[in-house]
Design a protein around this ligand. Structure first.
Ligand SMILES: Nc1ncnc2c1ncn2[C@@H]1O[C@H](COP(=O)(O)OP(=O)(O)OP(=O)(O)O)[C@@H](O)[C@H]1O
Length: 365
């Protein structure tokens, strides 16, 4: 991620990879076949500073949650490094890992299943303090009340209630309070509003934005919906098949996406202007399996501009004049110069891809 301030990042990952070993079934074991490896996260650099919310977008299966879970060390990365406040925490174990996990929290998508229905709101928020052996009962009670205060839920009326007494939006606020009670420096918010009613999504996002500024939190906001990242993120990283394909300031990426994949994510946003029927290019088909990563550019099997160069050589993430960084041969001629025999892609020149028909231009109604 591009440096925007002089401050050191709270959290920084370099060339981070998390691969999952496929399971050996009885037939593969008998045949002596090694199960394939899923390269879910495959070489990502990211840095997030105090009071900064970085948006991570991409379709389902791109590796967003794997990055989030790896950063908070719920998954052990296969290689690369994670630095938290200048300490390398990539391989810490035992007490140091527990201490790191106190400072790096994750909020999940589903406020219905992430809260224990048998515990009161007070007990749910207190539980992490008990697990970490923090404070006396009175001190813990004060911390619980402060956490409820932070998420704008009145403590007196709610501390003895159960999750089933609350709405979806309130439950997600409780999940946020439970993460905040440990006074973390870094939070991963993994699709925190996607299961909430549209009418309350904005208020939960605003709360995250306020908390980040109020408490100096570094936040990774994960969403499959590129439209919502514009609300609260100054920086956005777009992920495809385990790698970042475009990143930069949210306003630049939303106004002028450079990578064909980002362009298609943007084009897929439903528009609210019924007066106009915008031309739209649909993004169909699925992200390929991380067990079977295509050679060359990972998006080439779905990209309408892909040429032989794209199918042969993986592009680097390169700096662009406007400050964005993008991984596409259309915006970087170095690979084309090294391999002049291979045709270079050009913006706007639609070539034949396997599913070119699926990428046909349509007109939104
Ligand atoms: N524990 C695991 N073992 C094997 N494969 C995994 C594991 N976790 C994730 N994967 C695979 O890694 C890829 C990335 O998954 P991940 O959940 O990180 O994607 P995502 O972008 O967060 O998608 P979603 O929004 O659907 O959660 C997927 O193909 C998934 O099947």
């Amino acid at each position: 991620m591009t440096d925007t301030t002089a401050t050191r990042p709270v959290i920084e990952a370099r060339n981070l990879k998390t691969h999952f070993q496929g399971r050996t079934g009885i037939f593969t074991a008998l045949a002596g076949v090694t199960p394939p490896v899923a390269r879910a996260l495959d070489g990502v650099d990211i840095a997030i500073r105090e009071k900064e919310i970085v948006g991570l977008v991409g379709e389902s299966g791109c590796g967003k949650s794997t990055l989030g879970m790896s950063l908070v060390r719920m998954y052990q990365p296969t290689s690369g490094s994670i630095t938290f406040r200048e300490d390398d925490i990539t391989h810490v174990e035992g007490r140091k890992l527990k201490d790191y996990r106190r400072q790096a929290q994750i909020i999940f998508q589903d406020p219905y299943s992430s809260l224990n229905p048998r515990l009161t709101i007070g007990q749910i928020i207190e539980e992490p303090l008990v697990i970490h052996g923090i404070g006396s009962a009175a001190e813990r009670r004060a911390k619980v009340e402060r956490a409820l205060d932070l998420v704008r839920i009145p403590a007196a009326e709610n501390i003895h209630r159960f999750p089933s007494d609350l709405s979806g939006g309130q439950r997600q606020r409780i999940a946020i309070a439970r993460a905040l009670v440990l006074e973390p420096r870094f939070i991963v918010a993994d699709e925190p509003v996607s299961m909430l009613d549209v009418s309350i999504q904005a208020s939960v996002l605003e709360l995250l934005d306020e908390l980040s500024r109020e408490l100096g939190l570094a936040v990774l906001y994960i969403s499959h919906d590129i439209a919502t990242v514009g609300y609260i993120c100054k920086h956005v990283a777009v992920m495809y098949l385990g790698r970042i394909v475009e990143e930069g300031r949210a306003e630049d990426i939303l106004a002028q996406p450079l990578h064909p994949y980002t362009q298609r994510l943007m084009a897929a946003i439903p528009r609210m202007d019924p007066g106009e029927a915008p031309e739209r290019v649909e993004l169909r088909g699925d992200v390929p399996s991380p067990m079977n990563v295509p050679p060359g550019c990972r998006f080439s099997s779905r990209c309408p501009y892909a040429t032989e160069l794209c199918r042969a050589v993986e592009p680097d993430l390169t700096d662009q004049p406007g400050g964005q960084r993008v991984r596409c041969h259309i915006h970087d001629d170095s690979a084309a110069k090294a391999r002049p025999e291979l045709e270079r892609p050009q913006a706007g020149r639609i070539t034949e891809t396997e599913d070119a028909g699926l990428l046909a231009q349509t007109t939104a109604g």
